[in-house]
Design a protein around this ligand. Structure first.
Ligand code: NAP
Length: 275
């Protein structure tokens, strides 16, 4: 099995969505450290606050909830690839995503539909647009799902369902890609210390620290799984144990369990996402 640095060095270019904070930012920082020669391109609304030269980290400002901006972003990525890294393997990391806590459709139906657009539609759309290039050059696709993908998640109903879609889609895509030189990996983190919970409208401290992982731990587990050629990784032994249990419980019972567990989280006013 190749090491993590060897695996990262096999890609000449890495495309990340949502590199402006949390896991996306950590994915970019680890990539730049493990493969300083890699050209990295980020797509998000805000520019990542990462100290790398423009030739190493290109930022394409785009709102991936909007289909027209996915098309525009993909076009800019393809042009950037032709210029910055005309040949060689490419890693596409579909990371952008958000959740929301509360009874459907709170905080608004528009917010829920935006979540579906970003967590599901944009991933399928961007991957579909970039896949022909990836097949020509070889590469890999990493999709950020969640442990929320393994059971219905009451009070986060839409979020859990978007991640269940992503997990199943990624696993099926990986099978269809056999023999093409491209593969897909579904990454399933549990609670991770990022802006995610606050953006989802949860009180700080809703998730006990003992259950939370750091971004560095999640990125390390993700790159380890990529190096091992796996199709799916659940990060951390506590999350693995939880998923082994919840995936085996009948779905209606798992839904009830999630309702009892997640109801305890107190709702706070959802702050509008930064532009
Ligand atoms: N943290 C957790 O507990 C956890 C657990 C399981 C799975 N995950 C998944 O991990 C991924 C990363 O989340 P995170 O924890 O790192 O959260 P985060 O710190 O809130 O980062 C979310 C990223 O998504 C980007 N994003 C949000 N709306 C966007 C839009 N309309 N267009 C383009 N990009 C957009 C944000 O960039 P801009 O705001 O600059 O656009 C930001 O960089 C998500 O898919 C999430 O579902 C997180």
């Amino acid at each position: 099995m190749p090491s993590i640095p060897e695996t990262l060095r096999s890609f000449v270019a890495v495309i990340v969505t949502g590199g402006s904070s949390g896991l996306g930012k950590a994915l970019i920082e680890h990539t730049a450290k493990l493969n300083p020669a890699a050209c990295i391109c980020n797509l998000s609304r805000n520019k990542p606050d990462i100290n790398l030269p423009e030739h190493q980290l290109r930022h394409i400002a785009c709102d991936l909830e909007k289909s027209s901006e996915v098309v525009g972003g993909a076009g800019q990525v393809s042009a950037w690839l032709r210029e910055a890294a005309p040949a060689g393997r490419v890693l596409l990391i579909n990371n952008s995503g958000f959740g929301s806590y509360g009874k459907f459709p709170a905080p608004s139906l528009e917010h829920q539909l935006g979540m579906v657009d970003l967590n599901v539609r944009a991933v399928v759309h961007l991957t579909g647009l970039l896949l022909p290039g990836l097949k020509t050059r070889g590469g890999a696709i990493m999709n950020l799902a969640s442990t929320a993908a393994f059971q219905p998640t009451a009070y986060m109903a839409t979020y859990g369902a978007t991640k269940a879609f992503l997990l199943h889609w990624s696993l099926a895509l990986n099978e269809e890609l056999r023999g093409t030189g491209v593969r897909a990996l579904a990454v399933c983190p549990g609670p991770t210390a990022t802006n995610f919970s606050q953006r989802a409208g949860m009180q700080l401290g809703s998730v006990p620290d003992a259950l939370s992982m750091t971004c560095d731990e999640v990125v390390d587990a993700s790159f380890r799984a990529l190096a091992a050629g796996r199709a799916q990784v659940v990060t951390g032994w506590k999350n693995k144990a939880l998923v082994m249990f919840s995936a085996r419980v009948p779905k209606p019972l798992a839904a009830r369990g999630s309702a009892v567990m997640l109801k305890k989280y107190r709702l706070k006013q959802i702050r509008p996402s930064p532009p």
